[in-house]
Design a protein around this ligand. Structure first.
Ligand SMILES: [Zn+2]
Length: 377
């Protein structure tokens, strides 16, 4: 632990020195040695297994979405509004339920995550902007289509990691309450055997963690033990049940270094107590909805954690979901973590070496695993 927990923040003079060094360096140039990976470790993408060093040349995004079923986001927004309403403090005003277009009775927008030509263009743009590998956080209960991901990866040349698991209570199979933990384990193992699977994620609790969600987390811990495949999670706003997620996985025997507890930018706490508690146990934390309007509190939390010596445990991504963010619609595109969020950290004085570590090295350290089962295709 000692080396990772250096503790003291750099002095103002040291910090200024770092800024000066950053100004003359190439953008996010590699400044540290290549991280060490266990012998035999691979990053398992849909098309092939890579040695982790083969993906050193680009940034890796550990939590994005490129394929969901039609209507998934509409359902997601409706469940979010219902949860917000259920949690609303007495006497505070209600907020409108659902997206504005739905409220106005307009025709829903077509699902861009089913438009192959569009998505190939978006992946090509991300690649041009420095992305070397991207993880799709979907699985069957989100309507993720592996064949679609395979085609957009083939056509764009951008390596894509496909995931497995179950998402959160509102999206589980209706009868999951009657399933045993063994049944959940077997269902996830079936997914892992059916497709080349490089991550178990996003595995979530929607609000405070439910009985069924605990069962899924226990089963996912067992799948990890059976396969070595790494795990990333979804927490409800603001970081609800984050510590509990890690408790359950650790109880199942999972080493926290193979876990990202996700969406902790939603827990906007200048003291970063929960974030640091998770890091001290050896897991990564995800600031994974970045590259947009909500960046400001996360920039200061991330800069503070980096100044305290915790850069080895941070993971950045955007959890891409909005058509407004597509290049095609004038948005920043799938690379927005790198092109929008990272520059804000640089402006806040974070050094090149730390940012390189977080965008290029940490996701590969997280994704690299020594397979216990052979890839299927
Ligand atoms: Zn997500």
């Amino acid at each position: 632990m000692g080396q990772e927990l250096r503790g003291a923040a750099p002095s103002r003079r040291e910090a200024l020195g770092l800024i000066g060094a950053a100004a003359v360096a190439a953008p996010l140039a590699a400044q540290a040695a290549e991280p060490q990976f266990p012998p035999g470790a691979v990053i398992r993408t849909i098309l092939k297994d890579y040695a982790p060093s083969e993906l050193a040349g680009g940034a890796t995004l550990f939590h994005e979405h490129m394929s969901t079923r039609d209507g998934f986001m509409t359902d997601w927004l409706r469940h979010s509004a219902e949860t917000r309403e259920a949690n609303r403090a007495p006497g505070t005003p209600a907020r409108p339920v659902g997206p504005p277009a739905a409220a106005a009775g307009a025709t829903p927008e077509p699902n861009f995550m089913a438009d192959e030509g569009l998505m190939v263009g978006e992946m090509e743009a991300a690649k041009r902007e420095g992305i070397g590998c991207i993880v799709d956080a979907g699985h069957p209960d989100m309507g993720r289509d592996v064949a679609f991901l395979r085609r957009i990866s083939q056509r764009s040349g951008l390596p894509i990691v496909a995931s497995a698991g179950f998402y959160t209570q509102p999206f589980y199979p209706a009868d999951i309450g009657s399933w045993s933990e063994d049944r959940v384990f077997e269902e996830v193992m079936k997914q892992v055997r059916a497709n080349p699977t490089g991550a178990l994620g996003e595995i979530g609790s929607w609000d405070y963690i439910t009985k069924d969600e605990r069962k899924v987390f226990r089963a996912i811990g067992r799948v990890h033990k059976a396969t070595n495949i790494p795990i990333f999670t979804h927490t409800g706003i603001p970081g609800k049940s984050a510590l509990e997620q890690l408790d359950i996985l650790e109880d199942a025997g999972v080493d926290p270094k193979h876990v990202v507890i996700g969406h902790l930018g939603n827990l906007a706490d200048p003291n970063t107590e929960i974030q640091r508690a998770i890091i001290r146990r050896g897991a990564f934390i995800g600031f994974d909805r970045q590259g947009g309007a909500g960046d400001a509190p996360v920039v200061s939390m991330a800069a503070s954690l980096i100044a305290q010596g915790y850069a080895d445990h941070l993971m950045f991504a955007s959890d891409f979901s909005s058509p407004r963010d597509l290049k095609k619609n004038g948005g920043a595109g799938y690379a927005k973590t790198l092109t929008v969020f990272v520059p804000k950290l640089k402006a806040a004085g974070v050094g090149e070496a730390d940012l390189h570590k977080i965008m290029y090295d940490n996701p590969r350290r997280f994704l690299a695993f020594v397979p216990k089962i052979k890839r299927t295709a």
